[in-house]
Ligand binder design. Structure first.
Ligand SMILES: CC(=O)N[C@H]1NC[C@H](CO)[C@H](O)[C@@H]1O
Length: 508
């Protein structure tokens, strides 16, 4: 049994009496209930599902024998009161996640502005429940007022370098919710494979997936992920990265990619999307029309990273186009020409976009509400954060959180010690930092090692993005993160959703 009631991430405010009363929770009689006057009630799927889920998580190990014990207790129900109605929508960047938990001998109350805050409070409540040596469940008297420091707290998974089965994605969403992450950044396609089944362009996965039968995400798979995430208060932001990282698009979309040349003949290899043909922009418009209809989030991630100009430079038609456009030898101008047209297409679809930092670095004209995703780690990323926010754009930080990069020992500490606002800038600039994302790129990751590599290390990012900036004590974090890992493992033993083992990274 794990040491009890360690909370992860650390709430903003918690107050407990010096000798808190202990209230036993009777599995057979405990229930979650809607408080009178709450703006939501039975039928609210987000909470109805959460009540089931958290009952199972809290009492995972309960044995029927519990029912026999004479329970003289008042802690038989947690009353939930939500201030604003709304259960059928999707979480968004400005969703309210604030909640209050009042646990006392005579009542247990959870208040939240919106259902998304209620989900965060239920997660905290589940972490407050302990179990004593006799197996009795209990919760100690306490008061918590909690809210996130940053509104965008994400995890990126890359399902192109290696295909991830739906189960691996859903398990990741479970553990993300345990950590109060609220964005799943689905880097769904890239150079090696195109597993997204497009109904507009079915050839893309037929030709581009590792295996068109087994290694694809059907339309229903995608909707399953989106709904599962929604019920956990998690947004799904899809990334279709262009013009680079698109080799898997080639076979299913003839004429889309740039044919590279060796001297005056095509070499047979291909490069980034060919930016000089109108057919390219017709294709992009149709594909992003589909993406906009499939993924409900306001934002789409358009990529724009690591565009290699070698192939463009070798292609005679592109050379002629460069001359015609007066771009000289500056291929970032050609890249910007493509990106600019892509952004206009996506804007016309009524969507907002996020782009990797190169789009900003190369001076592409982007909309004021663009989110610049800072990922490079060679130059100090603090400088990039300062430049991006000085230019008035919102910034999202990933540079120090590429968890696909592993090293010996407790590297969670480096992720934990990051301070996203440690850059030279005004308060106004700091306010433009909307949060960050832990990235798990898939070059060396598949379902066999995803969870042990992601957890509990990503937990360090979760606390950095949720908790107060003053929460930085490594010794205290170690104890709570070790307990978090223990709970995760006990979730496995109880046959919980989380099947894979977590890493030994934390415990030497
Ligand atoms: C934005 C970005 O990160 N682009 C690439 N950079 C290196 C990564 C692995 O660490 C991936 O290959 C990723 O596709």
């Amino acid at each position: 049994v794990c040491p009890s009631a360690a909370l992860w991430p650390q709430p903003q405010l918690q107050r407990s009496p010096p000798a808190p009363a202990r209230c036993p929770l009777p599995p057979a009689r405990f229930r979650f209930a809607h408080a009178a006057g709450s703006a939501v009630g039975p039928g609210c799927a987000v909470l109805d599902e959460a009540f089931q889920r958290y009952w199972a998580i809290i009492f995972a190990g309960a044995r029927p024998a519990e029912n026999k014990q004479p329970w003289r207790t008042s802690c038989t129900e947690l009353l939930i009161s939500v201030a604003t109605p709304g259960c059928n929508g999707f979480p968004s960047l400005d969703s309210k996640e604030r909640y209050k938990l009042n646990i006392s001998r005579d009542s247990m109350l959870l208040y939240a502005d919106a259902v998304w805050g209620a989900l965060r409070g239920l997660e905290t409540f589940s972490q407050l429940v302990g179990r004593d040596e006799n197996g009795m469940y209990y919760v100690n008297e306490t008061e918590i007022v909690d809210f996130p420091r940053f509104p965008h707290r994400g995890v990126l998974l890359d399902t192109s370098r290696h295909y991830l089965p739906l189960k691996a994605i859903l398990e990741t969403l479970d553990v993300m919710a345990y950590n109060k992450f609220n964005v799943f950044h689905w880097h769904i396609v890239d150079d090696p494979s195109f597993p997204y089944e497009s109904f507009t362009f079915p050839e893309l996965s037929k030709q581009g997936a590792f295996n068109a039968m087994t290694h694809v995400y059907t339309a229903s798979d995608v909707q399953t992920v989106i709904e599962y995430a929604r019920l956990h208060g998690i947004r799904v932001i899809a990334e279709f990265d262009t013009p680079g990282h698109t080799l898997s698009w080639g076979p299913g979309a003839p004429g889309l990619l740039t044919p590279c040349y060796m001297g005056k003949d095509p070499s047979g290899t291909y490069g980034p999307i060919n930016p000089i043909f109108n057919s390219t922009y017709q294709f992009v418009t149709s594909l992003f029309q589909e993406i906009s209809s499939v993924f409900p989030d306001y934002f789409i991630h358009l990529g724009g990273d690591e565009v290699d100009f070698t192939c463009w430079k070798s292609n005679p038609e592109i050379l002629a186009f460069m001359k015609k456009m007066g771009f000289g030898e500056d291929y970032t101008k050609l890249e910007s020409y493509y990106i600019q047209r892509l952004l206009d297409i996506v804007s016309s679809l009524g969507k907002g976009y996020m782009v990797w930092q190169e789009v900003f670095d190369n001076g592409v004209k982007v909309r004021p509400d663009t989110i610049i995703h800072v990922w490079k780690n060679k130059e100090p990323y603090a400088e990039e954060m300062a430049n991006v926010t000085k230019a008035g754009y919102r910034a999202l930080l990933s540079s120090p959180w590429y968890l696909n990069r592993i090293s010996y020992g407790q590297d969670w500490m480096a992720a934990y010690q990051v301070e996203p606002l440690n850059f030279k800038g005004s308060t106004k600039q700091k306010d433009l930092v909307i949060g960050g994302e832990a990235c798990m790129w898939g070059e060396y990751v598949d379902a066999t090692n995803l969870s042990p590599r992601l957890w509990p290390r990503a937990g360090a990012v979760a606390e950095r993005l949720w908790s107060n900036a003053t929460v930085r004590n490594l010794q205290d974090a170690y104890v709570r993160l070790a307990d978090f890992r223990c709970e995760l493992l006990s979730c496995i033993q109880a046959g919980g959703l989380f099947q894979a083992t977590t890493s030994a990274t934390l415990n030497p």
